[in-house]
Each structure stands twice: as C-alpha cells, then as structure tokens.
Write a protein that binds this ligand. Structure first.
Ligand code: AMP
Length: 279
C-alpha cells in the first residue's frame, strides 16, 4: 500500500493503478463502517484507493474540527489489512491553498435536514468530493447510507457536473445494539453510549409501525420524537419523514420514505436513518 501526501505524488501513484479504480473518501478514525466500503470496492474494482482528510470546510465554526478524533497509524494499518492500494493523506493547505475561492454548491437537496442545522456543511462536502474526484479520477466511489443526505448530495453533484464516476451507496454498519458506527461515538461516555441506541430504536419503531399499517407521516414523526424525548440523555434536533429522492418533508400517507434524525446525546451530535421498505 502506497501512502502519499502531495497532489503530485498522488497523481503519479494513481497513474500506476489498474482500472477500474474505486475510491473510498474518509475523515479517518476508521471503523467497520469505513472498512465495509473498502471491502465492497475490493470486490468490484481492480484497485482501491482511500483518502483520509478531516475536511475543515464541512465543519461549522462551533463544531468539533479541532477535537475530531485522529489516529493515522491505526487507520493505515486497517486500510492495508483491508487491501487498499493507495492512500492520500493531504494537509488542509494542500486541499485549500492560500487564495482558494471556488466552491461547489448543491442547492435544494442540501437545504433541509442536516443542511438546515449545519449551514455550509454540504458546500464543504461537495467541494472536497469534487476535488477528490478530480485528484483520483476514480471509476467508482463508495459512500455510506449512514450519511443519507450526503449520499444524495454527492449523487446529484456527480450527475450535475458530469463526473464520469459511478457513486455506490453501501448499507449502514451498526453495533450489536443498533447504534450506527461513527467516529464520533468515541466522544460518548459509558452512560451516553448506553443511551445512544435510542436513535435506532426510534427509527425501528417507526419502520415497524409503518409495516403494520401506520402510514401517516406526522404520526411516524411523533412516534420517533416520543421515543427520543423519553431518553433523558438525548436531545432531539430533528426527526424527519422525507421523500428519499428530493429529501422534502412528507405529509399524509407515505408509501416509501427516508426516516432520519439528528439527536444530541450528552454533547455529541449523532445522526441515523432508515429507508422504509428496506428496513
Ligand atoms: P466519515 O469518515 O465519517 O466522513 O465517513 C466516510 C464514509 O464512511 C462516508 O461515506 C460515510 O457515510 C461512511 N460511513 C460512516 N459510518 C458508516 C457506517 N456506520 N456504515 C456505513 N458507512 C459509514
């Protein structure tokens, strides 16, 4: 496995890789969710590349950029073991050199949900992913359903800007108790960790109610909200029943929908989602 930092070294190393090449972008502090993307890429591509970059542009001024967990040595060992051929670990100065002023903005789809609570977040995400696509020129790129709106925004950007990249969305990997794996789970105290599966419990309860015939969008939102509100360590930021393609909030009876939420457990903001019909 080759590990490079500069863009020149990346382009050079990338040129030597067999095609099709699959890219797995990450912010590091890797867990089984990230590795599942690498494994999927490994089965579908002749070579696999990954990036580890805690992208400052997708963090708000009051968010956890400085505190974001990092362990490069462990990450590289995990990627090597999973069969990655090439890893790019750029610095912020390499990705955003002095004078940088070009941004990628996806409009409607980036506004609700995460976009409403994290202004500028998806501008940062779309810009860095566009730069990663240009730098790596992958044939396929792998993202997790865990970040459902991010996946939708990246799909839209890829289509709108004609990137010749197939965007592959992989299922959410969970802990035994249902908590979606996330680098941010490392922030949770033991007590908060015990409370954190409430997100999946709420999503599952809504999916079960829907399967049993409860179709009204507002009733499903209320059901999820009630379960979150009953957990003393959890503070609900939003619960949503939205169109899985446009991400617009739904009203009335729903046939299929993206159930999603952001919940603050202690001081850690957690997100999770389920797609009705796939649950
Ligand atoms: P991050 O390092 O959090 O930016 O995540 C990098 C990629 O891994 C993104 O495409 C995420 O959606 C994906 N990912 C993160 N957590 C999970 C998970 N629990 N299951 C599947 N994919 C995940």
């Amino acid at each position: 496995m080759k590990v490079v930092t500069t863009l020149d070294d990346l382009r050079h190393a990338r040129a030597a890789l067999a095609g099709p090449m699959g890219l797995v972008p990450t912010m590091g502090y890797l867990h089984e969710g990230h590795i599942s993307l690498v494994r999927r890429a490994r089965t579908e591509c002749a070579s696999v590349a990954a990036s580890i970059f805690v992208n400052p542009a997708q963090f708000g001024p009051s968010e956890d950029l400085a505190a974001y967990p990092r362990d490069l040595a462990r990450d590289l060992a995990l990627l090597e073991e999973a069969g990655v051929d090439l890893v790019w670990t750029p610095t912020a100065e390499i990705v955003y050199p002095a004078g940088f002023q070009t941004w990628v903005t996806v409009e409607e789809m980036a506004r609700p949900l995460e976009g409403a609570h994290r202004p500028g977040h998806f501008r940062g995400v779309a810009t860095v992913v566009a730069k990663l696509f240009n730098a790596f020129q992958p044939q396929r790129a792998y993202f997790g359903q865990k970040d459902a709106q991010q996946a939708a925004v990246i799909r839209q950007m890829t289509r709108d800007l004609d990137f010749p990249v197939e965007v592959v969305i992989c299922p959410t990997v969970r802990e035994q108790d249902g908590l979606a794996m996330s680098s941010r789970n490392a922030y949770l105290s033991q007590e908060q960790r015990a409370a954190a599966p409430v997100l999946f419990r709420a999503l599952s309860a809504a999916a079960m109610a829907w399967a049993a015939g409860q179709r009204d969008a507002e009733d499903l939102r209320q059901l999820m909200a009630g379960i979150i509100d009953a957990e003393p360590l959890a503070r609900r930021q939003y619960v949503s029943v939205a169109d899985p393609v446009t991400l617009q909030e739904l009203e009335g009876p729903v046939a299929g929908a993206l159930l999603s939420m952001a919940v603050i457990v202690g001081t850690t903001r957690l997100i999770d989602n389920l797609v009705l019909g796939e649950a």
